[in-house]
Design a protein around this ligand. Structure first.
Ligand code: MG
Ligand code: ZN
Length: 219
């Protein structure tokens, strides 16, 4: 007898993720799953993105965290529809959690839904949530070895945001090495060098989002 519990659970998760994606697609909503380590700057990137898209795309956010609603409060302060998922210690979001969260969102009033996953470079990679695209936020302060140390995370993403480039001079992070590693692990994924603190590089990220959205819904 073969025990395939893990595969079965993941399969069930993916089925619900498909339902989520189709439901959101029916409302013309483009969904981005944002992943990365704790402290990589996912929430700050979201804040910056929200500022850039204001008046152009209606954005909503699902915030995944083990505990607290601190990040959701930061996003709510921007007057964006926000739903907090507390996983109660769980280290990743799963599709059924997102299914519940989107019940609480005004789907008619949203063009872009960003799901900020729990900070984690491992099992978040293997759980689809209903996203159209993935963006991994990797920060200059984490070290340039993460792409080769956590291959599934970087293999399964559509793009990488190298955040905190304003701090590069204080670190040993080698951008050329990161770019070279990514070109081996995932040659199709662009890498955007940016700083959520200063706003540097966000034009390119927004252009990528616009392009990817257009491939699904037209411009
Ligand atoms: Mg956060
Ligand atoms: Zn996990």
């Amino acid at each position: 007898m073969k025990v395939v519990v893990k595969e079965d659970i993941l399969k069930a998760n993916d089925t619900i993720a498909d339902v989520n994606r189709k439901r959101l697609e029916e409302h013309g909503i483009f969904v981005l799953n944002m992943l990365g380590s704790p402290g990589s700057g996912k929430t700050t990137c979201l804040e910056r993105l929200a500022g850039m898209l204001q008046g152009r795309l209606r954005m909503a956010v699902v915030e995944g965290d083990l505990a607290t609603s601190r990040d959701a409060e930061r996003i709510e302060a921007l007057s964006l529809p926000t739903v907090q998922i507390n996983t109660g210690g769980g280290c990743h979001l799963e599709a059924p959690m997102v299914s519940q969260a989107i019940d609480d969102l005004p789907l008619q009033e949203i063009d872009l839904l960003v799901i900020e996953n729990v900070g984690n470079l491992v099992c978040t990679a293997s759980h689809k949530l209903g996203e159209h695209r993935r963006l991994v936020v990797l920060s200059a302060t984490e070290g340039d070895d993460k792409i080769t140390k956590y291959p599934p995370m970087f293999q399964k993403t559509d793009a990488v945001a190298l955040n905190k480039v304003d701090l590069l001079e204080f670190t040993d992070f080698d951008v050329e090495r990161a770019v070279a590693d990514l070109s081996v692990v995932n040659p199709n994924a662009p890498l955007f060098s940016l700083s959520a603190r200063t706003g540097q590089g966000f034009e390119e990220l927004v252009q990528w989002l616009d392009r990817e959205r257009a491939t699904l819904f037209g411009s």
